[in-house]
Each structure stands twice: as structure tokens, then as C-alpha cells.
Design a protein. Structure first.
Length: 95
């Protein structure tokens, strides 16, 4: 006797935004209209900001505090967004 097939609903899992997609969304949330505005507040030139968020280069350690402050993002999130680490689970801090 054949059994009834179970109906399976598969939810499409969305990937978290990274790189420029994340930056564009963040800029919209924070009310920025251009990379020029953001780069000025961070204190780097627009070309370097673009290279960081197109994942062509990794920001220097000295740039991270300003990136976090201006983009209002925790360091762990920023490191994931920039694909420096795969997830925040890879980040360990000594107490």
C-alpha cells in the first residue's frame, strides 16, 4: 500500500549582506547619500572606502574604530561584513 508523501515546505534561506550591499543598506539607515559623505566622516578617501567594501582590501587596524563609530556597527559585525572572519563565532576575547 503506498504511503502519502509528506508535504515539505522549504524556506529560502537568505544570506546575510556583506561588502558593498551591507554598506549601501547601512548608509540608507543612517541617512547618508554618498560614499563621499561616509568617507569624510570616517577620515579616509572615497576610493579606499570603496576598496574596503568591495572586499579588495582589508581595513587597517587603525581604521576599525572610526568605521565602527561612523557606521554604528559592532566590531564583530564589521569583521563578518568585510569577510575577515566567517562568523562572529570565530572571534574570541580573553576576559
Amino acid at each position: 500500500m503506498p504511503t502519502k508523501a509528506a508535504k515539505v515546505t522549504v524556506k529560502r534561506q537568505t544570506q546575510p549582506l556583506t561588502g558593498m550591499d551591507w554598506l549601501k543598506q547601512r548608509m540608507k539607515i543612517l541617512g547618508y547619500h554618498s560614499l563621499e559623505e561616509v568617507s569624510k566622516d570616517i577620515g579616509i578617501n572615497r576610493g579606499n572606502l570603496h576598496r574596503i567594501f568591495t572586499l579588495e582590501t582589508i581595513p587597517g587596524v587603525e581604521q576599525l574604530p572610526a568605521l565602527c563609530r561612523v557606521l554604528m556597527a559592532p566590531l564583530a559585525e564589521l569583521l563578518v561584513v568585510l569577510e575577515v572572519v566567517k562568523s562572529t563565532d570565530e572571534i574570541f576575547f580573553d576576559q
